[in-house]
Write a protein that binds this ligand. Structure first.
Ligand SMILES: NC(=O)C1=CN([C@@H]2O[C@H](COP(=O)(O)OP(=O)(O)OC[C@H]3O[C@@H](n4cnc5c(N)ncnc54)[C@H](OP(=O)(O)O)[C@@H]3O)[C@@H](O)[C@H]2O)C=CC1
Ligand SMILES: O=C1O[C@H](COP(=O)(O)O)[C@@H](O)[C@H](O)[C@H]1O
Length: 579
């Protein structure tokens, strides 16, 4: 079967011709219509190898079977049905570029192992680590073995599974801008692929200044000749509209948009994924989902540790770019979008872009910034942000910010979407809080006391830790009198679903393998997101606005309260009676 003959449409298919990658190599290939014959292997043998594995019916996160998604309804690039044998003949190699780094060790290798542990990876898979650090295969295995864990509730065969997984892991040391080094990687990949249809996923777990170098080398020297090639790009995608646009243009010299998987790991979190389910599959919520009933929406992120070792990266970005412009804004878009036509990636992303483009660019007057200072408590001292040796002295980079955003459409006109994000605060938490309006003419007003705010209903989606969805309602305290209190209707995940919740990276890696783009950021979404934040960020930096200092481990600067008060709202996380 010929696989290399023509440039492909933008659909996702397991048999994307190599010309799907725009580069010298593929231009050549498409010009001379090179075809790579697929070696055939015994069908019986392949079937027996595949017996009992989940991968033959893998589902991506929107419920599509993996094969249906990645093989485009079981057709190859020319509409020819692809047999089961052919599907199983393909290989998948996942190359983690920046394998020696923090994210790779902490998240990516463990997520790959978790997928392997639960039989989500295909039969023929290989994992390669790539970085400059000189390591051999065994050293890579030793390095990552310390961070692999088995599901708490399924520890059987854990050691065996780890050994099996580690045997599939290999390492190639190379420079990020060296086409020669990537050619060598290509040769090693080919050996593992053994002439089968090869699908290649590259995870760029590296600093952003080398994204383009790597994509160039991958595109020119290490892309698949007969299968698909996809690249997962980690954030930050630029630091403003211009640099983000420049990055997108540069990447698109070597890749098509459909090959670029811009990851925002918050989209892979269980509760974020559930947001649309909650809204669109329950009759009770959607009718309330508008300015008619909702008084404010709050998106809150806090960490109880500082930049710790990442100060060098962080100082160039700050909390607004690190958390708000991506993670919190993505949640906002999912929260506020109209009902998509379907769960297909483009339908969902079209709705998200519409919301983002309906928003008013953030004004400096609607933002407050803070930075943590050193603090001593119970004989222990906690460092200031500027005590980090990788942070320049006198840095004005915000480690905390609160902002009020507005959506200029009929559904949300006038509703403040308040965001708050900070490092080195008193707790680690991420949540969405929906505050409903006061009950009009309430029969029970006098039972609430003077503070009507205390009596508003609030729906809380606690993304982490202790995933939960709860609704704060007014309730009669049992007894002969008529005393009301606020109680929670509480769906605590650990009680309802005792199974361990997969890490966000597992879901996202699986989707990238399946060619499912719904949870990845499209370039127009990214443009719209930067358009909202860039003017304010520029002004903040040009005016050298000094952040309000807050003690390490505190609840953050008081300015956040004034910002909420400006819109007649209180932060819901400060009420103190959370479940
Ligand atoms: N760590 C985290 O929690 C998160 C990280 N990210 C993003 O993921 C990506 C990777 O993050 P992380 O693992 O923390 O990054 P690291 O700083 O650990 O870098 C990863 C690897 O890249 C190489 N590298 C580092 N600096 C340079 C440089 N200046 N020039 C060339 N190579 C360099 C190093 O490998 P070697 O020297 O061996 O080549 C290093 O091990 C980044 O884009 C980051 O923003 C996103 C979310 C969370
Ligand atoms: O993207 C980032 O996210 C982490 C927080 O992720 P979480 O899944 O642990 O909540 C944050 O620490 C980091 O600064 C940021 O770059």
């Amino acid at each position: 079967m010929a696989t290399n003959s023509s440039p492909c449409s933008s659909s996702s298919t397991n048999f994307l011709p190599s010309s799907y990658i725009k580069n010298e190599r593929t231009v050549l290939l498409s010009r001379f219509v090179v075809t790579v014959p697929r070696k055939s292997t015994g069908v019986t043998q392949i079937h027996s190898r595949a017996q009992g594995r989940k991968y033959s019916h893998i589902k991506s996160s929107n419920g599509h079977p993996l094969n249906a998604v990645s093989l485009k309804d079981g057709l190859d690039g020319k509409g020819i049905p692809v047999s089961e044998a052919e599907k199983e003949e393909s290989t998948l190699s996942i190359t983690v570029v920046g394998a020696s780094g923090d994210l790779a060790k902490k998240k990516i290798f463990p997520a790959l192992f978790a997928l392997f542990y639960e039989d989500w990876l295909p039969e023929n898979f290989t994992v390669f680590g790539y970085a400059r650090t000189k390591l051999n295969d065994e050293e890579l295995r030793n390095m990552i073995s310390g961070t692999l864990t088995c599901r708490v509730n399924q520890r059987e065969n854990c050691e065996d599974k780890m050994d099996q997984f580690l045997k599939r892991c290999f390492y190639h040391a190379g420079q990020y801008d060296s086409e020669g080094d990537f050619s060598e990687l290509d040769s090693k990949l080919k050996v593992k692929e053994a002439g089968k249809v090869s699908n290649r996923l590259f995870y760029l777990s590296i600093p952003p200044n080398i994204f383009v170098d790597v994509v160039r080398s991958v595109g020119l020297r290490a892309s698949s000749l007969n299968g698909w090639t996809r690249v997962i790009v980690e954030k930050p995608f630029g630091r403003d509209s211009e640099s983000s646009g420049e990055l997108t243009r540069s990447l698109k010299q070597y890749l098509t948009e459909d090959q670029i998987f811009r990851i925002d790991h918050y989209l892979g979190k269980e509760l974020v994924e559930n947001l649309s389910v909650l809204r669109f599959s329950n009759l009770v919520f959607e009718p309330l989902w508008s300015r008619d009933y909702i008084r404010s929406v709050q998106l809150i992120f806090s960490e109880d540790f500082g930049t710790e070792g990442r100060g060098g990266y962080f100082d160039n970005y700050g909390i607004i770019r690190d958390i708000m412009q991506n993670h919190l804004l993505q949640i906002l878009a999912l929260f506020a979008m109209e009902t998509p036509v379907s769960l297909d990636a483009e339908d969902v992303r079209n709705e998200k872009v519409k919301v983002l483009r309906s928003m008013k660019p953030l004004k400096l007057g609607d933002v407050i910034v803070g930075q943590y200072k050193g603090h001593s408590k119970s004989g222990r001292s906690y460092p200031a942000y500027t005590d980090d040796p990788t942070v320049p002295k006198g840095s004005l980079t915000p480690t905390f910010a609160a902002a009020a955003l507005f959506i200029n459409n009929a559904r949300w006109d006038g509703v403040p979407f308040l965001m708050k994000a900070g490092k080195a605060l008193h707790t680690r938490r991420a949540e969405v809080r929906v505050q409903f309006r006061h009950v009009p003419g309430n029969l029970y007003k006098r039972n609430f006391g003077t503070d009507l705010d205390m009596a508003t209903n609030e729906l809380v989606l606690r993304v982490q830790p202790d995933e939960a969805i709860y609704l704060r309602i007014n309730n009669k305290v049992p007894g002969l009198g008529m005393r009301l209190d606020r109680s929670n209707l509480n769906l605590l995940y650990s009680a309802r679903y005792p199974r361990e919740i997969p890490d966000a990276y597992e879901r996202l890696l699986l989707d990238a393998m399946a060619g499912e783009r719904r949870l990845f950021i499209r370039s127009d979404e990214l443009d719209a997101a930067w358009a909202l934040f860039t003017p304010m960020l520029k002004e903040l930096e040009e005016k050298k606005i000094a952040p309000e200092l807050y003690p390490h481990g505190s609840r953050g600067p008081v300015g956040a309260h004034y910002l909420a008060a400006k819109y007649n709202v209180r932060w819901g996380d400060l009420g103190g009676d959370d479940s």
